[in-house]
Design a binder for this molecule. Structure first.
Ligand code: NAP
Length: 260
């Protein structure tokens, strides 16, 4: 899921720091453009098409990564979808089972499948790390997020279970939980809200740092979790949310305003 958004920001930052990067997504156009941009900046990257819900494509992705670069050290499970990108029917009465299951399939089963097929290669690495994209909705309630919140809660727990099961293989597994980061997924979510401006204010008004996050903010954390500098961090759930889950309030209480 690294053609755009947080995944793309992370791929770019990691490549700029010397990582050999496999950009993988269902969005081939943006994915290939990102690879071209990374190479133009002197980095090493390839594009490999993959739907994370398709077991054979996931297996092929991991093999292609290992063939290209001699192994796999880091798996960043970033592909994700919110129900508002799939349907306008987001209430309990109106949402279809198909929408609910699609979100769970991409956000949870996709993470599990990628970990499963990366495992043989991660076992062979001496600095292996899996980094899973949770969300503040792994930890807290939000309106119109039934499938997404359920899936991200599962990703958080799956991360802990994998950290336990893969500890004997010296593979670290961590989950990071972003607040509102300005990407397409958030734009779609806002567009689906009855009052997008009010929803944006609600989301951003809780950040103690009074703005939306940017993909580059999250990329810094993912690169840290991927690096040997974080070698004692394992099974962690790391919020990166401008402080929104640290308190119960909105910025007006502090006499602050959201910055554009
Ligand atoms: P994004 O801009 O929508 O990027 C998500 C990427 O995942 C897209 O390139 C998308 O491809 C890809 N993808 C979707 N389904 C896939 C599948 N079945 N197989 C492979 N790739 C697939 O979203 P983002 O904001 O960067 O989000 C990245 C991750 O962070 C997600 O897991 C998201 O839930 C999480 N997150 C984001 C925020 C936020 O505020 N942005 C907050 C908390 C957590 P298409 O474009 O082709 O669909």
């Amino acid at each position: 899921g690294s053609a755009v958004g947080i995944g793309a920001g992370t791929a770019r930052l990691a490549a700029s720091r010397g990582a050999k990067v496999v950009v993988s997504d269902m969005n081939a156009k943006d994915g290939q453009e990102l690879v071209d941009a990374i190479r133009a900046e002197g980095g090493e990257a390839i594009y490999q098409h993959c739907d994370v819900t398709d077991e054979s494509q996931v297996e092929a992705l991991m093999r292609a990564a290992a063939d290209a670069f001699g192994g796999i050290d880091v798996l960043h499970n970033n592909a994700g979808v919110h129900e508002s990108s799939l349907s306008k029917d987001l209430t309990l009465e109106s949402m279809s089972r198909d929408t609910f299951e699609k979100v769970m399939n991409i956000n949870v089963t996709g993470v599990w499948l990628c970990a499963k097929y990366a495992l043989p290669f991660l076992r062979a690495s001496d600095c292996a790390s899996i980094i899973n994209a949770g969300s503040t909705s792994s930890l807290s309630g939000y309106p119109q997020c039934q499938a997404y919140g359920a899936s991200k809660g599962a990703v958080m727990q799956l991360s802990k279970m994998l950290a336990v099961d893969l500890a004997p293989d010296s593979i670290r597994v961590n989950c990071y939980c972003p607040g509102s980061i300005h990407t397409q997924i958030v734009d779609n979510f806002l567009a689906a809200a009855p009052d997008p401006q009010a929803m944006l204010n609600t989301m951003t008004q809780t950040h103690l740092i009074p703005r939306m996050g940017q993909p580059a903010d999250v990329a810094e954390l993912v690169c840290f979790l991927a690096s040997p500098e974080s070698k004692f961090v394992n099974g962690a759930v790391w919020t990166i949310d401008g402080g929104s889950l640290a308190w119960r309030g909105t910025l007006d209480v502090l006499g602050m305003e959201v910055k554009a």
